[in-house]
Design a protein around this ligand. Structure first.
Ligand code: LMR
Length: 396
């Protein structure tokens, strides 16, 4: 039976890491996966995480299973981080949260819940979107459509196309929105545009599925949540898949959350029961360690302050590298406009490089980025930015 099978293609993002590991080019550069790297090119364990782990090791009394929906304190802390501690959604009981193995796990639980609860609904993704979104939604059986988002000419948001397309989506369909630091473009709506989006979502009775993987990497924890909070009007319904991979540097611990905002607490209980059934027949219940770390940090004023400082340092290093990349490209490739690099936000910059140019960078210079031209700016360092800019100039 196995001999008849065709091989699946490598993953558009994680598959490149495997190719990078095999590459023997000296001074090769990995700008593929959205993983933070420090000035020395390593992905550090945050100090606050180390301290939380020390405390967990001392106090942990059991390795028994968590509940199907995970830790209650973690869920409450996740909601407070998303909406703010005093927001109506946070405390009302009309929102329910399950712990999930990473943002990807949260999206998959969301997709399976949606596909079974609303079999006639399609999900609409931005053009472009994270390549794994369609994989996840298709695996769960959700039909997928697209709305306009990115304007190649300005390397910014095509707000008119986005708003016009959203206004055509049938009532009851699902809209996948990136809360901040849009992946792959780094282009986000302004607050005014978010308010327009929220208006259309409410008017047309669309159901937002908000992917919130980079809170704190744009402008700050609070400002990055402004779009989500614009959607979170009285009476709103929505799903939020949030991740702690990036902002706590907990990538391999797989820690995320799915929050579903319903109309009232009775409905929230019904939704929770369905989420639990979805989880039970998939991974049964979530891993404890990462969520324990997040809960410990968010529940301790000193650790939380330390985390916010470390997060601000990561954000600031990425922004410094955006500037260095833009300056380096202006010098190496005069006549080409790369100023959009400094306007885009979060880990990514959509360079405008073609798949062929990206292939040349890999084959001739050992520089790896996603084939759609996405650069992980967090992988740029003062040591590699010179080679990167000269190599890009050589393939333009
Ligand atoms: C990315 O887009 O690189 C990250 O979200 C990591 C991943 O799982 O693809």
């Amino acid at each position: 039976m196995f001999q008849q099978l065709e091989a699946a293609p490598p993953d558009a993002i994680l598959g490149l890491n495997e190719a990078f590991a095999r590459d023997t080019t000296e001074a090769k550069i990995n700008l593929t996966t959205g993983v933070y790297k420090d000035a020395g090119g390593t992905t550090p364990v945050l100090e606050c995480v180390k301290e939380a782990e020390r405390r967990l090791v001392e106090t942990e009394a059991s390795k028994g299973y968590l509940g199907i929906d995970g830790m209650q304190e973690f869920s409450a802390a996740s909601r407070a981080l998303l909406f703010g501690p005093d927001h109506e959604v946070t405390g009302s009981g009309r929102a329910t949260t399950v712990q999930a193995p990473g943002g990807t796990g949260a999206l998959r639980v969301a997709a399976e819940f949606l596909a079974t609860a609303f079999p006639d609904s399609s999900i609409w993704c931005s053009r472009p979107t994270w390549p794994n979104h369609p994989n996840i939604f298709r695996s769960a059986g959700l039909p997928i459509s697209e709305y306009g988002y990115y304007d190649e000419a300005t390397r910014g948001l095509d707000a008119q196309a986005m708003l016009d397309d959203l206004a055509q989506i049938p009532a009851g369909d699902i809209v996948c929105l990136h809360a901040c630091c849009h992946n792959p473009t780094g282009v986000d709506p302004s607050l005014e545009q978010w308010n327009q989006i929220a208006e259309i979502v409410a008017d047309r009775e669309l159901l937002p599925l908000v992917d919130f993987a980079y809170q704190g990497f744009g402008d700050g924890l609070e400002s990055d949540a402004a779009g989500l909070r614009a959607l979170a009007r009285p009476g709103c319904r929505m799903l939020v898949a949030s991740s702690f991979s990036k902002n706590f540097g907990l990538y391999r611990e797989r820690v995320g959350a799915l929050t579903v905002v319903t109309g009232d607490s009775d409905t929230a209980s019904v939704v929770l029961s369905r989420l639990k059934r979805t989880i039970r027949c998939n991974y049964s219940n979530p891993p404890a360690h990462g969520a324990g770390i997040v809960t410990t940090i968010l529940g301790d004023a000193e650790l939380r302050a330390g985390w916010e400082t470390e997060l601000a340092e990561m954000r600031s290093r990425i922004n410094d590298m955006r500037q260095a990349l833009a300056d380096g490209l202006a010098a190496a490739a005069p006549g080409h406009d790369f100023s959009s690099v400094t306007r885009q936000r979060g880990m990514f910059s959509f360079s405008g490089l073609s798949p062929e140019q990206v292939d040349r960078l890999k084959d001739e210079f050992g520089i790896y980025m996603v084939r759609n031209g996405r650069i992980n700016v967090a992988g740029v360092t003062t040591d590699n930015v010179g080679k990167l800019c000269e190599s890009i100039a050589a393939v333009l």
